[in-house]
Design a protein around this ligand. Sequence first.
Ligand code: XIL
Length: 313
Amino acid sequence: ASGLGQLAAAQGRYFGTALANNHLGESAYATVADREFNSVTPENEMKWDATEPSRGSFNYTGGDAIVSHAQGHGQSVRGHTLVWHSQLPSWVSNGGFNAATLTSVMQNHISNVAGHYKGKLYAWDVVNEAFNDDGTRRQSVFQTTIGDSYIATAFQAARAADPTAKLYYNDYNIEGINAKSTAVYNMVKAFKQQGVPIDGVGLQTHLILGQVPSDLQANLQRFADLGVDVALTEVDVRMQTPADSSKLATQSANYAALTKACLNVARCVGITVWGVTDKYSWVPDVFPGYGAPLLFDDSYNAKPAYTGVSGAL
Ligand code: XIL
């Protein structure tokens, strides 16, 4: 190992990236990914629409390719994600299932997908983005059909399918102490009291330039104090494009700050950035006018943000 992964490993952590199969054939992409990162998260390949596009018909082609690539390059894998309202096939979201049937559809999905990867993954994001910013439950088909209990049921199914994967709840806008992160905190606390198998909380960390929450470290610590691991799972720091040297310097400081916040919390196990290069980031597609959120530019040159991370590690 070399690069950021090696620096993180020296601190007992990992430094990872989202990896997309469709770019692995580009040699510069694969070279940077394999040089810099010792953990990978499939960007789309293990989502429900990819793994069970129609009921009971499972496809592991993309996920298997990521796992095989990772195994060949000494990278651990974070599975992403078993239960999510997005990239969910319409046979699930518009299936008209009752609570009992949707529960069994969900359990069957988890037991098949997590069972297929049993023993091969470091962690699973079992449930993704189940809360609204105000701390109420997102009205996904799982929530409206099954009710609050679907999250605990999903974690139980994941533990049964793969007893060695660390089981995470993952969400965005939970980096600071706020209504949403407190709702997640209260759920994790209840799960620990009730014996629901949860091992970690993933903070996606899709940030806007200059907006690293000042209480990020305190928030990580309060989760850790519940007896779970924490991780920054999908980091990017987006800016209004075009980038300039002043914005890139701020971004570098932001990356250094979030890296230090993780290192300062013993149970913060690692950091994953949501992509190898700005060229393929999801940001410009979803946040018009924003971009340049990652550590490598469109030409795979290390940005000031890279130095921010490496200097903090
Ligand atoms: C994004 C991917 O990066 C895109 O390629 C895809 O089109 C949409 O999903 N939160 C998550 C990730 O948990 O799975 C999302 O990934 C980004 C937001």
